[in-house]
Design a protein around this ligand. Structure first.
Ligand SMILES: Nc1ncnc2c1ncn2[C@@H]1O[C@H](COP(=O)(O)OP(=O)(O)OP(=O)(O)O)[C@@H](O)[C@H]1O
Ligand SMILES: [Mg+2]
Length: 212
């Protein structure tokens, strides 16, 4: 599913609610319940949450903290006390999957914005959660990176993952079957992508262009 809407409408905030960051480690008032596969995110502990949902933040600098790319990716599996051989396997798998093996020794802070997003995505994929949240990841990538990530996401979706991607450029995620449009912190429209895009009255040339 793609989440779209004008800047400031609450897309990132929605993601922070879905991944349990509000109120686990971010301030905010959360009314109602967020259920992930029937589990209330408020009641899950950090390790349990990490197995249910992974988020790639809009600003990767607030997410990355390890001295090398490999350490960054291995951090969560290590915290879950996976056997070292299994951790190695997962790190190699995601480095390869996203085409960033050459960056393994690099300091994440020295990478470009797109590379940082790829590293954050790799770290999320290393835990293989059923739900993935990507907050404007495509917009920071070059066209080769976009193609690579789109192919990976399409494959993951085929394998049964739920993928929620915030994007302004809907073409970057044209494989998404559902589109959610937000306005002023709330849901404006939700439906099949092709149905909403075909509704010219709703999409309106002005709104459409303001997203791009
Ligand atoms: N449902 C809501 N209730 C109250 N405040 C909200 C809500 N949704 C968002 N906000 C506030 O609005 C501001 C902008 O929200 P947010 O960063 O989530 O927007 P965004 O759509 O991700 O914007 P951008 O496209 O620029 O990344 C934040 O300060 C956030 O706290
Ligand atoms: Mg945002």
């Amino acid at each position: 599913m793609v989440v779209a809407g004008l800047s400031g409408c609450g897309k990132s905030t929605l993601c922070f609610c879905l991944c349990g960051a509000i109120r686990h480690n971010r301030d905010g008032v959360l009314a109602g319940e967020v259920l992930l596969n029937g589990k209330n995110v408020r009641e899950l502990r950090a390790a349990g949450l990490a197995l249910e949902v992974g988020m790639v933040f809009q600003d990767p600098d607030t997410q990355l903290f390890s001295p090398t790319v490999e350490d960054e990716i291995a951090f969560a599996p290590e915290n879950l006390c996976l056997p070292p051989g299994r951790i190695r396997e997962r790190v190699e798998h995601v480095l390869d999957l996203l085409g960033i093996a050459a960056l393994r020794e690099a300091n994440p802070y020295r990478l470009s914005g797109g590379e940082k997003h790829l590293v954050a995505l790799a770290a999320v994929l290393a835990l293989d959660p059923p739900v993935l949240l990507l907050d404007e990841v495509m917009s920071s990538l070059d066209s080769a990176g976009r193609k690579k990530v789109a192919a990976v996401l399409e494959r993951l979706r085929g394998a049964g993952k739920t993928i929620i991607a915030v994007e302004h450029d809907l073409e970057a995620v044209d494989f998404a079957d559902r589109l959610m449009v937000m306005e002023k912190g709330a849901l404006l429209r939700y439906g099949r992508t092709e149905t909403l895009l075909a509704d010219r009255d709703f999409m309106g040339e002005k709104l459409w262009h303001s997203w791009n």
